[in-house]
Design a protein around this ligand. Sequence first.
Ligand SMILES: [Zn+2]
Length: 130
Amino acid sequence: MTSDIFDNTVICKDCSKPMQKTRILKNGFYFRILQCAKCDNKIVHPEDKLDYQNFLKLRNKQFNVKLRMVGNSYTVSIPREIVNFINEQDKIMNEMVKLSFERMGKLALIFSEKNLFEVKKDKDQKEDEE
Ligand SMILES: [Zn+2]
Protein backbone atom coordinates (compact mmCIF):
# COMPACT_ATOMS: atom_id res chain seq x y z
CA MET A 1 0.00 0.00 0.00
CA THR A 2 1.16 3.49 -0.77
CA SER A 3 0.94 6.13 1.90
CA ASP A 4 -1.01 9.31 1.48
CA ILE A 5 1.07 12.46 1.02
CA PHE A 6 -1.15 14.23 3.55
CA ASP A 7 0.04 11.80 6.22
CA ASN A 8 3.32 13.68 6.21
CA THR A 9 3.92 16.86 8.12
CA VAL A 10 3.89 19.75 5.71
CA ILE A 11 5.45 23.03 6.70
CA CYS A 12 3.93 26.30 5.54
CA LYS A 13 6.29 27.94 3.08
CA ASP A 14 5.59 31.42 4.45
CA CYS A 15 5.69 30.91 8.21
CA SER A 16 7.48 27.57 8.67
CA LYS A 17 4.69 26.22 10.88
CA PRO A 18 3.24 22.72 10.43
CA MET A 19 -0.02 22.80 8.48
CA GLN A 20 -3.23 21.28 9.84
CA LYS A 21 -5.44 18.73 8.10
CA THR A 22 -9.01 19.78 7.46
CA ARG A 23 -11.84 19.22 4.99
CA ILE A 24 -14.13 21.44 3.03
CA LEU A 25 -17.26 20.63 1.05
CA LYS A 26 -18.03 22.19 -2.30
CA ASN A 27 -20.62 21.13 -4.86
CA GLY A 28 -21.05 17.86 -2.95
CA PHE A 29 -17.31 17.16 -2.99
CA TYR A 30 -15.15 16.79 0.06
CA PHE A 31 -11.67 18.22 -0.35
CA ARG A 32 -8.88 17.24 1.96
CA ILE A 33 -6.99 20.39 2.79
CA LEU A 34 -3.81 21.31 4.59
CA GLN A 35 -4.16 24.69 6.16
CA CYS A 36 -1.81 27.00 7.98
CA ALA A 37 -3.42 28.30 11.16
CA LYS A 38 -1.29 31.42 11.07
CA CYS A 39 -1.50 32.75 7.51
CA ASP A 40 -4.39 30.73 6.04
CA ASN A 41 -2.26 29.20 3.27
CA LYS A 42 -4.04 26.18 1.84
CA ILE A 43 -3.02 23.06 -0.07
CA VAL A 44 -5.77 20.99 -1.68
CA HIS A 45 -5.10 17.27 -1.91
CA PRO A 46 -4.07 16.62 -5.54
CA GLU A 47 -6.32 13.54 -5.89
CA ASP A 48 -9.36 15.50 -4.74
CA LYS A 49 -8.49 18.29 -7.13
CA LEU A 50 -8.31 15.82 -10.01
CA ASP A 51 -11.63 14.18 -9.08
CA TYR A 52 -13.24 17.58 -9.00
CA GLN A 53 -11.87 18.49 -12.42
CA ASN A 54 -13.31 15.25 -13.80
CA PHE A 55 -16.62 16.10 -12.18
CA LEU A 56 -16.64 19.55 -13.81
CA LYS A 57 -16.02 17.94 -17.19
CA LEU A 58 -18.99 15.61 -16.68
CA ARG A 59 -21.18 18.39 -15.35
CA ASN A 60 -20.66 20.46 -18.46
CA LYS A 61 -21.64 17.59 -20.69
CA GLN A 62 -25.18 17.20 -21.93
CA PHE A 63 -26.55 13.74 -22.65
CA ASN A 64 -29.56 13.06 -24.82
CA VAL A 65 -31.43 10.09 -23.43
CA LYS A 66 -34.70 8.59 -24.55
CA LEU A 67 -37.85 8.26 -22.46
CA ARG A 68 -39.29 4.76 -22.66
CA MET A 69 -42.65 3.52 -21.50
CA VAL A 70 -42.39 0.57 -19.10
CA GLY A 71 -45.77 -0.47 -17.74
CA ASN A 72 -47.34 2.74 -16.52
CA SER A 73 -44.05 4.54 -15.91
CA TYR A 74 -41.40 6.14 -18.00
CA THR A 75 -37.80 5.15 -17.69
CA VAL A 76 -34.64 6.91 -18.72
CA SER A 77 -31.17 5.46 -18.97
CA ILE A 78 -28.45 7.11 -16.96
CA PRO A 79 -25.26 7.17 -19.01
CA ARG A 80 -22.59 4.68 -17.92
CA GLU A 81 -20.04 7.49 -17.65
CA ILE A 82 -22.04 9.16 -14.88
CA VAL A 83 -22.83 5.93 -13.04
CA ASN A 84 -19.17 4.92 -13.10
CA PHE A 85 -18.14 8.28 -11.72
CA ILE A 86 -20.68 8.14 -8.88
CA ASN A 87 -19.58 4.59 -8.08
CA GLU A 88 -15.96 5.63 -7.90
CA GLN A 89 -16.75 8.50 -5.58
CA ASP A 90 -19.24 6.80 -3.29
CA LYS A 91 -17.78 3.30 -3.57
CA ILE A 92 -21.25 1.75 -3.61
CA MET A 93 -24.29 3.10 -5.34
CA ASN A 94 -27.65 2.47 -3.73
CA GLU A 95 -30.28 0.69 -5.73
CA MET A 96 -32.83 3.15 -4.42
CA VAL A 97 -32.53 6.76 -5.41
CA LYS A 98 -34.77 9.66 -4.55
CA LEU A 99 -36.56 11.46 -7.30
CA SER A 100 -38.21 14.80 -6.93
CA PHE A 101 -39.91 17.29 -9.18
CA GLU A 102 -37.50 20.14 -8.64
CA ARG A 103 -39.19 22.72 -10.77
CA MET A 104 -41.25 22.85 -13.95
CA GLY A 105 -39.23 21.14 -16.66
CA LYS A 106 -36.69 19.62 -14.27
CA LEU A 107 -36.49 16.40 -12.26
CA ALA A 108 -33.78 15.69 -9.72
CA LEU A 109 -32.32 12.30 -8.81
CA ILE A 110 -30.64 12.04 -5.43
CA PHE A 111 -28.09 9.25 -5.25
CA SER A 112 -26.55 10.21 -1.95
CA GLU A 113 -27.65 12.71 0.65
CA LYS A 114 -24.44 12.76 2.60
CA ASN A 115 -22.90 15.38 0.31
CA LEU A 116 -25.87 17.72 0.10
CA PHE A 117 -25.22 19.89 3.08
CA GLU A 118 -22.52 22.40 2.46
CA VAL A 119 -21.20 23.46 5.82
CA LYS A 120 -18.51 25.88 4.84
CA LYS A 121 -17.84 27.85 1.69
CA ASP A 122 -14.30 28.03 0.47
CA LYS A 123 -13.00 31.54 0.11
CA ASP A 124 -10.82 30.53 -2.82
CA GLN A 125 -13.74 29.05 -4.72
CA LYS A 126 -13.07 30.91 -7.97
CA GLU A 127 -9.53 29.58 -8.15
CA ASP A 128 -10.77 26.00 -8.19
CA GLU A 129 -13.53 26.46 -10.75
CA GLU A 130 -11.17 25.98 -13.70
ZN1 LIG B 1 1.55 30.06 7.03
